[in-house]
Design a protein. Structure first.
Ligand SMILES: [Cu+2]
Length: 169
């Protein structure tokens, strides 16, 4: 019992030695590489280190890398602004495509007559009925995929052509 414990302890010891040696050599090698690749720092005060981005004067230099990192991936909270014009009896455009998950801002510009912009299949995504020359902006998240009709709810305008399709894909 004792003997086998001792021998396994000794075995663990002899296994540990090479591991430690490898680690020490590896660290020394890494430090050496760092020294070799880093620019000379004769003052030893790190004065030659690259400036921290927050200390860069505003508007002077390259933008911080975070501006590109912050770009949302398609379909993950990306915002999209769409302008829809309407009148007797049309929408322009009458087809809109967005990626699912997009935060969509629709500005409906009513060019003439009394009209609204209603999105079927989404709850309460609609403008008020607007007089000619008025506009209204609404925002919603396109979280349901499919084809959805938008239309004017005034009179028979929908049947007369005031409709279009929002495609969420
Ligand atoms: Cu209308």
């Amino acid at each position: 019992m004792d003997g086998s414990n001792q021998s396994s302890g000794r075995a663990a010891f002899w296994v540990t030695i090479p591991v430690v040696v490898v680690v020490v050599v590896g660290v020394a090698f890494a430090l050496n590489r760092n020294q070799a690749s880093a620019p000379a720092d004769p003052m030893g005060d790190h004065s030659n280190l690259p400036p921290v981005s927050t200390s860069t004067p505003a508007g002077n230099d390259v933008q911080p890398a975070t501006t590109t990192v912050n770009q949302p991936a398609p379909g993950t909270g990306m915002a999209q602004a769409i302008t829809v014009k309407g009148g007797e009896f049309y929408y322009q455009p009458n087809e809109i495509r967005v990626k699912k998950g997009t935060k969509v801002t629709v500005t409906f510009i009513n060019e003439n007559g009394l009209h609204d912009w209603v999105l079927e299949g989404y709850d309460n995504v609609r403008t008020a009925k607007l007089q000619g020359g008025k506009s209204e902006t609404l925002t919603f998240t396109a979280d349901k995929a499919g084809s959805f009709t938008y239309y004017c709810s005034v009179g028979q305008h929908r049947q007369m052509g005031m409709k279009g399709t929002l495609i969420v894909e």
